[in-house]
Design a protein around this ligand. Structure first.
Ligand SMILES: [Zn+2]
Length: 95
């Protein structure tokens, strides 16, 4: 996951690990950062074919019936795709 997402995106569990807090605390922090405009939340599908993860959709309504993987080109019905909530860093996070 870390390898796929790089530095630009993070998930709540990654943030928790990085800062040394519980995941549910990290979720609250991420929500605050979203409200303050520091991060943008995305739905990131994981392709069941090649396991690639990419930040693809801002809202649940944006998720199509078939999710096309940009890595292997496979189209997978959305109910077979695992979705993660990730956050895109829009600016430097405050200390
Ligand atoms: Zn794929």
């Amino acid at each position: 996951m870390r390898r796929m997402m790089g530095q630009r995106f993070f998930s709540a569990p990654q943030l928790a690990e990085e800062v040394g807090i519980e995941t549910h605390q990290a979720e609250i922090v991420a929500e605050t950062l979203t409200r303050e405009g520091f991060v943008q939340p995305w739905f990131a599908p994981q392709c069941p074919n090649c396991e690639g993860i990419w930040a693809a959709f801002i809202g649940e309504d944006d998720i199509p019936r078939d999710v096309h993987c940009p890595f292997c080109g496979e189209a997978t019905p959305d109910d077979l795709v695992e979705f993660y909530l990730v956050y895109e860093r829009l600016k430097e996070l405050p200390d």
